[in-house]
Design a protein around this ligand. Structure first.
Ligand code: TYD
Length: 209
């Protein structure tokens, strides 16, 4: 039996990573067989690609290169980790997936949603998420914290124009692909965001009470 594939999406700093940990603890307590993973990365090869993408020295990187690198990391991730786990019947929870590329590269980098979708369709071999949790929060609020940090990576340093565009991209994508996407109000306190997330996950896993 194929497992279930859940991805978390949203602007930088929307709290996805914190929720990912909490959801992992919750599923563990329930005895559900699952893995958590993230993009870009998730495999040894993917983490190397991640370093290239986020390296602050790579300011000359073209948008097309960036989109292909994200797609290459994703292809390896699907091949090496996601498909095998789903085939073992596991729940796979992934921090970011194809929607991030459509929003950040397709709209943020002006490459076009369709063109970025084409290279990603090649990369993911038909493995679409069964559920996408979109963490809805205004990026103006969350980005200020990240951009100012010394540790900010190349993408975080792009500044608010790029990130606002990616956010507008997400808004467009929510309308284009409403199927399987559930919107979580990430401006709420973390306990509330966690509760909303669990409700959606339980609905998918058929354990909603
Ligand atoms: P991530 O590690 O998820 O950062 P954060 O935890 O701050 O959300 O992602 C790193 C950056 O990569 C983030 O700015 C979003 C960007 N990104 C893309 O532009 N395209 C993609 O396909 C993915 C997966 C991420």
């Amino acid at each position: 039996m194929r497992g279930q594939f859940i991805t978390l999406e949203g602007p930088d700093g929307s709290g996805k990573s914190t929720i990912l940990k909490l959801v992992g603890n919750y599923l563990r307590d329930k005895g559900i067989d699952f893995i958590t993973t993230r993009e870009p990365g998730g495999t040894e090869i993917g983490e190397k690609i991640r370093q290239i993408i986020l390296d602050n020295n790579n300011i000359n990187m073209g948008g097309e290169t960036e989109a292909l690198l994200y797609a290459a990391a994703r292809a390896q991730h699907v091949h090496e980790k996601i498909i095998p786990a789903l085939e073992e019947g596991k729940v796979v929870i992934c921090d970011r997936f194809i929607l991030s590329s459509l929003a950040y590269q397709g709209v943020g980098r002006n490459l076009g949603i369709e063109r970025v979708k084409d290279i990603n369709d090649f990369a993911i071999r038909g493995i679409y998420p069964d559920l996408i949790l979109f963490f809805h929060v205004n990026p103006e609020v969350t980005l200020k914290r990240k951009i100012g940090k010394k540790s900010a990576d190349r993408l975080e340093r792009e500044g608010s124009d790029f990130h606002n565009k990616a956010y507008q991209g997400y808004m467009k994508l929510l309308k284009m692909y409403p199927k399987n996407i559930k919107i979580i109000d990430a401006s709420k306190p973390i306990e509330e965001v966690f509760k909303q997330s669990i409700e959606e996950i339980e609905n998918l896993l058929g354990k909603g009470e």
